[in-house]
Each structure stands twice: as structure tokens, then as C-alpha cells.
Ligand binder design. Structure first.
Ligand code: G3P
Ligand code: CA
Length: 237
């Protein structure tokens, strides 16, 4: 089963920071997942929430702050004093960490709350600048974002994220030109997903931190898991 480090090696290091990605890059896993937002001055940054309140020493919405303003704060100390000094990574900085590795990068466009006009084209351009189009999967809970991304870059793999399932899901995914479904792991045993798997759909499941559950998903035919604990999964699977 393929293992993606979720938000980098986020069980042991502050999520979506350079140290979490460097530690994931050192592991013999399939890939890494991370989240991208757009700043007020149109810079792509890697962070999970729409605000910096939970994971930094600052407060405020990313959409309202410039990269220079965001860089004033610390993004490691909330996780542990030993991680003080981590700053908010740009997408460019994260891609740079993986230039010399073989990891597949799952870039999640966090455009489901704020649409971040133009974010899809900026991400497509960055992937091209790094020549990484063959080892990237672009996903989003905002399926319009995936449709827009597909228009800009039809050859890059995409995936649609589902927080709840829809009827006729296999047909729906095809209408978005998406190659895979990313689902909550506890939806994997639903009939609609088992049917999709039987028909050859690519299903990846988040966020799985228990080896026993990962093994059950593997038996069902789930292709990959996103995990905060890639070291535990490597040892257990
Ligand atoms: O991409 C899988 C997973 O990361 C989606 O949920 O909230 O962790 O971004 P979330
Ligand atoms: Ca994510």
C-alpha cells in the first residue's frame, strides 16, 4: 500500500513546515501531501487553515496578509519549543525540498472556503517551472478548482476530495476529468466505494494513523493512505 505523509511528517514535526517535509523526504515512502493557500500579494504558501491562528504565533487570514507579513511569525513553536524558528513555507520552498527525491507530491488546493482567484493557474505554472508534472497529484474539496486546474494543465493527475459521498460517484468523478477519489477512510466500506473499487477506481483514504485500519483498507483495495505517522506505517505494513 502506498503511503503519503500527511502535511509532511506531522506526527513528529510541526505540520506543513520545512522540517516536516525534510523528515518526510528522508523516508522511503511513496509521497507527501500538503495544503496550499494564496496570500494578499498572490504568493502560494503551504499551510492547512485559512488563518495562521492555530499553527503560528500570529493571527489573521492568509488572504489578507502579504508573504512578508506572514513571515514575521513563528510556525514551529506551537508544536514544541525545540521547533521555534520554522517559518511559513512557500510552495516553491516545498517543491525544492523534493527536487532530488522520487516522492509523489499531492498538492491540495485549499480553495473550498475562499476561492483565491487565479490559484489554479499559479500552481500549474509552479509545477511546470520545477518540471514536476509527472509526479504531482492536485486535489481539492472544491471540485470547480479541479475543473479549472484541468483546463490549465490537462496532463497533470488530479483527485477530488470528498468529505461526504454523492450518488453516482463514479460518473461524477469522470465529469470532472479526475483520476482518483480521496475519501475519509471510514467511508471506504460504503457500498458505493466498494462498487467503485470493483470497477477499477483509484481510491486513496485520509487520515489513517492506525496500522490495523490501514491493513483493512489495503484488503478493500484502497491504493494509498495519507498518514501523520509515516514511520509507524512503514514499520507496520
Ligand atoms: O488530502 C487529504 C486530507 O489532507 C484532507 O483533509 O483537512 O487534512 O486537509 P485535511
Ligand atoms: Ca490536506
Amino acid at each position: 500500500m502506498k503511503i503519503f505523509a500527511h502535511r509532511g511528517y506531522s506526527k513528529k514535526y510541526p505540520e506543513n513546515t520545512c522540517i516536516a517535509f525534510q523528515k518526510a523526504a528522508a523516508l522511503d515512502i511513496f509521497g507527501v501531501e500538503f495544503d496550499v493557500h494564496l496570500t494578499a500579494d498572490h504568493q502560494l504558501v503551504v499551510i492547512h487553515d485559512e488563518t495562521i491562528d492555530r499553527t503560528s504565533t500570529g493571527t489573521g487570514f492568509i488572504k489578507d496578509m502579504t508573504l512578508a507579513e506572514l513571515e514575521k511569525y513563528d510556525y514551529g513553536r506551537w508544536f514544541g519549543e525545540q521547533f521555534a524558528g520554522q517559518k511559513i513555507p512557500t510552495l516553491r520552498e516545498v517543491l525544492t525540498i523534493f527536487t532530488e527525491t522520487q516522492h509523489v507530491l499531492n498538492i491540495e488546493i485549499k480553495s473550498d472556503i475562499f476561492e483565491y482567484e487565479g490559484i489554479e493557474q499559479l500552481i500549474a505554472q509552479e509545477i511546470d517551472d520545477f518540471g514536476m508534472h509527472e509526479r504531482v497529484i492536485v486535489s481539492s474539496f472544491n471540485h470547480e478548482s479541479i475543473q479549472r486546474f484541468h483546463q490549465f494543465h490537462p496532463t497533470i493527475q488530479t483527485a477530488v476530495l470528498f468529505s461526504s459521498l454523492v450518488t453516482n460517484i463514479e460518473h461524477y468523478v469522470k465529469t470532472i476529468h479526475s483520476g482518483a477519489l480521496h475519501i475519509w477512510y471510514f467511508h471506504a466500506n460504503r457500498k458505493i466505494i466498494r462498487d467503485a473499487l470493483a470497477n477499477g477506481a483509484t481510491i486513496r483514504a485520509f487520515t489513517v494513523n492506525d496500522v490495523k485500519i490501514a491493513k483493512e483498507l489495503q484488503t478493500l483495495g484502497v491504493e494509498a493512505i495519507f498518514t501523520d505517522a509515516p514511520g509507524v506505517m512503514l514499520a507496520g505494513l
